[in-house]
Design a protein around this ligand. Sequence first.
Ligand SMILES: Nc1ncnc2c1ncn2[C@@H]1O[C@H](COP(=O)(O)OP(=O)(O)OP(=O)(O)O)[C@@H](O)[C@H]1O
Ligand SMILES: O=P(O)(O)O[C@@H]1[C@H](O)[C@H](O)[C@@H](OP(=O)(O)O)[C@H](OP(=O)(O)O)[C@H]1O
Length: 632
Amino acid sequence: MKGLEFLLRNMSTSTNKHDEDDAGRSTELQNDESLRNKVREEEKRNMFAIAPSYPINRGNNIMKEPFVKGRRSKPKLVSAQAVLSSRLEPESIQEEPLMNLEIVQDGEPSAVLDCSKNNVSKDRKFTVEERWEESVKETGKERNTEEKALSTESGAVSRKSMWKAGQRERWRGKRRERLGGSVEDLAQENDIIEKEMNRRIQWRDAGNHWGSKERRDEESEKEDGLEERRQGSMEGDPEARGTMSQHVFSRVFAHSFASSSSSSSSSFNCSSAESDEVFSEGEEMAKRKNVRRCRSWRTFLTMMQWSKRRQSSWIQLAGHQGNIQLGEGGEVLKRFSEVEDSCLQALMSDPLRRFVPQYYGHISRNGEHYIRLEDLLSGLKQPVIMDCKMGIRTYQEEEIVKARTKASLRTDMYQKMVKVDPTAPTEEEHEQKGVTKLRYMQWRDSTSSTAALGFRVEGIMTENGIVLKDFNKTQTKAQVTETLLFFTKKQVHILKAYQSRLEALKETLKKSAFFNSHEVIGGSLLFVHDHTSKANIWMIDFGKTIPTPENICLKHDVPWVEGNHEDGYLIGLDSLISLLSEAIKEATGENTKTQNPQTDHKETERINQPQSELHKPQSDLLKETTSSNHLD
Ligand SMILES: Nc1ncnc2c1ncn2[C@@H]1O[C@H](COP(=O)(O)OP(=O)(O)OP(=O)(O)O)[C@@H](O)[C@H]1O
Ligand SMILES: O=P(O)(O)O[C@@H]1[C@H](O)[C@H](O)[C@@H](OP(=O)(O)O)[C@H](OP(=O)(O)O)[C@H]1O
């Protein structure tokens, strides 16, 4: 039985078993109908009375004070159609508090997570932590209401004691039966019965809690329209494997938390027909331990399966390899950088947050510190992605100063340069077998479309998982248009969706205090779409985005000269928008102007430094696939 199916079946059957279980037990209790009703009522009331204590302290996981952050109100993934209308959306900023949750594992302070909660719109997808927090909150609420009702209702105490007396009698009878005779030491016997009974209640209540959580989750899943995904099981639908819903994963994750917790009341699905049998203290403990061990193992294995599948379908397309990975909770972990971290924090309360992955704070793993981000590929089926590095330069002004004062030679960069164009290095550089970083970066900017168009394609992953990174010399408008057509497979609705999203981004950038006060260097736009017509564009990578000096107000759309700090971000954005228009015309057959990549290329050569090689058509690039990452 495959992971998800098994898990879901297990969840639903255990809930049913629990109901049967309760019914069976009631008939045994008393013949008196009214007493039985009272007992049932009391059982219901007690449902949350011995709820697990994890909201405050889940084993070693400790929650900290909440703090306030803004967050994006827009759903993460939208259909191409929805993207088209995204610019019509109201731009109001909702301030929503985030909960700062610190997880301490194995006795070490290893992680600080920021999880958003409250004021969450109904249609928004929930993160692992949000779901978990919500369920904790709900349980707490219900429990408080129940407790309040108990304490205020007259006769509540007597009903409770009546119920307990009934229970005690039942346990005593069962125990007598089991021991096959009379009970001699009444005080000791009462003590044992009291203990057994309390443990049983705890056991059952934990089952009730998780049962009710399951039901709540199922209801909300139906609301989200995720039922469909669940039924298209991982087994039957290979595509679904690559699109594990974080939503469902969160359930697995939450369960694993609970079942691995040391609290006896936090095991899930623990009410079964078996568990209703009466065992001696030792027997009962052993049996319970076994059941719990089995279930936490199954949960753990299922989690691992989920995680593996998601890991295998996730990809870091561009950037420093190994810098980024997918976290266990389905979030993206990026190696910590203070510069990027402060940008992301600022962006969470800026109008641009709609275009930025949700920021969840930091986490430590094996001694490394990471920034936790929303996974922008989550929910996409066999995603097609493109990373475009924005701006007319990809190095900071301070790198120029550094290169002047203490220039070190980079052999790796020399090798990369020679690989692309053996004639690019000067004689001296050939002799030294090294180039400075600044030299390399400037060469990269001029040979690609960065310097001329204000952006360059860093990489593309096709729906088959094929990764193309050989865009070093994709430089002219015609070449980039060709690349866009290849990337979108000439799908007009996708091209239009992208264009619309970029126009919305442009409007938002004008209003953004963050953009007004920052020099955005080396930042990328991540284009994502899939065959279900979901499409979106996100701003990522703020590792070299720094606040501008106080005396400087950036325009972002004028050429750079050393000292003016201009990044040309808007030049790149305008180029992309206009090239998407070109691509749309091409795709719809409206383009009368026949583009000639070679002529166009030569024109650009005059603007930039001459290059020796002509550009290869995209079809050749495909043959030269640098790597392949097939989605299972
Ligand atoms: N939030 C995210 N969700 C999904 N994928 C992401 C996310 N952030 C980054 N990636 C993936 O990782 C790649 C690199 O990201 P990013 O540019 O932030 O890394 P980097 O190492 O800082 O890059 P560079 O070396 O250009 O500075 C992206 O092209 C994308 O494939
Ligand atoms: O894309 P390429 O051609 O592989 O070149 C890399 C690219 O320019 C990166 O942006 C840069 O990192 P930074 O932006 O962080 O400086 C990296 O420098 P690095 O090797 O010093 O990290 C370069 O090697």
